[in-house]
Write a protein that binds this ligand. Sequence first.
Ligand code: ZN
Length: 116
Amino acid sequence: MKVEKDAILTCSNCGIEGPHELLYLSQHLCASRCVNCGTTRVYSEHIYSEYARDLAERTTHLPGRVAGDMLRHPTQIVKWPFKALRKPFGLLREVTQVTAFEQSHNKAPTPGRLIR
Ligand SMILES: [Zn+2]
């Protein structure tokens, strides 16, 4: 996964042309967030599933049971036994970033038009 922080886009909510944060998972753009007004657009219906797939593509150390838990209970991933993973802090930071996109999207009173 990758978070691009330097993208300059025009926000369809506030109309400001300015920096957006872009969340990429499995080489696909999954979400964008306007730094000016905080409007988040999620281009994937299952952002956690996308993240799980992205993660699975990168690690062969993840036990299948854990990966299954992630898909069934995506919000529980913060409770994972991170010590079982090779880069626990990097992963935790990623999960925090993914969650930030997901939560700011859910908090939006009027979710933006989904681009598919
Ligand atoms: Zn905006």
